[in-house]
Design a protein. Structure first.
Length: 232
């Protein structure tokens, strides 16, 4: 790897980044093929791999004393693993997977441009999609999170829903994502941001464009509905 070319790419030279990407196509594909048969087209995985590769370019420091490829491979694989959603009880159609990939890429792009998590309205404008479409696609392609996953305040969905039943019994009774899909759109978005992404109420309010008090109410109503669905 040409050190000066890599450094130019790291500093934001688009032509240098494109050249480094072209020169490492084989490396990216070698990682992508490890994930063959996971329910996602290889070309889609390759695009994810390219995103991981470019993140590796941005984060690499020649002073690390290691080869760039050694640093890049786990970054490429990590980017793909972050997106793959193939172990859940609810199978997701190709169109939703493609939407999920587009949303994921747009969010990463906006985070890079804005230096913060984009608001739902900003993400919707970037993708020319309705906010409810984004929420539906993200919920459908999200992994079947453990009910023990914590929000930023240490709150878990298991604690909010539990009536003494085990996690396995609750999920067997009604898959969590299926129950969430029955919620009104705003409540779906709130549950996704709070429990699937672990955000605080304040951060969730910022993304949804509402007050923290409204988020608290939405969360409480959503949890009450979920408990009713899971117990019914």
């Amino acid at each position: 790897m040409n050190a000066s070319l890599l450094e130019a790419a790291r500093r934001g030279d688009r032509e240098a980044a494109d050249q480094v990407l072209r020169e490492n196509t084989g490396l990216i594909w070698s990682v992508v093929r490890r994930f063959k048969g996971r329910g996602v087209e290889l070309e889609d995985l390759y695009q994810l791999g390219c995103m991981g590769f470019l993140k590796a370019v941005q984060g690499f420091d020649l002073d690390y004393g290691t080869q760039f490829s050694t640093y890049a491979v786990p970054k490429i694989a990590g980017e793909i693993r972050r997106f793959l959603r193939d172990d859940g009880p609810v199978k997701v159609g190709r169109s939703l997977r493609e939407q999920g990939l587009a949303i994921y890429a747009a969010r990463e792009r906006l985070i890079g441009q804005l230096g913060r998590e984009p608001a739902l309205s900003e993400l919707a404008a970037e993708l020319d999609m309705a906010p409810e479409e984004i929420a539906a696609a993200e919920l459908a392609t999200a992994p079947p999170e453990s009910l023990q996953q914590e929000t930023a305040e240490g709150l878990t969905l298991e604690a909010a829903l539990s009536d003494g039943s085990s996690e396995e019994e609750l999920v067997e009774k009604l898959a969590l994502r299926q129950a969430i899909a029955l919620l009104p759109e705003r409540e779906q978005q709130t549950i996704h941001l709070r429990f699937f992404r672990g955000l605080t109420q304040a951060k969730t309010a910022q993304i949804l464009g509402v007050s923290q008090v409204q988020v608290s109410r939405l969360e409480r109503r959503a949890v009450d509905r979920l408990r009713s669905y899971l117990e019914g």
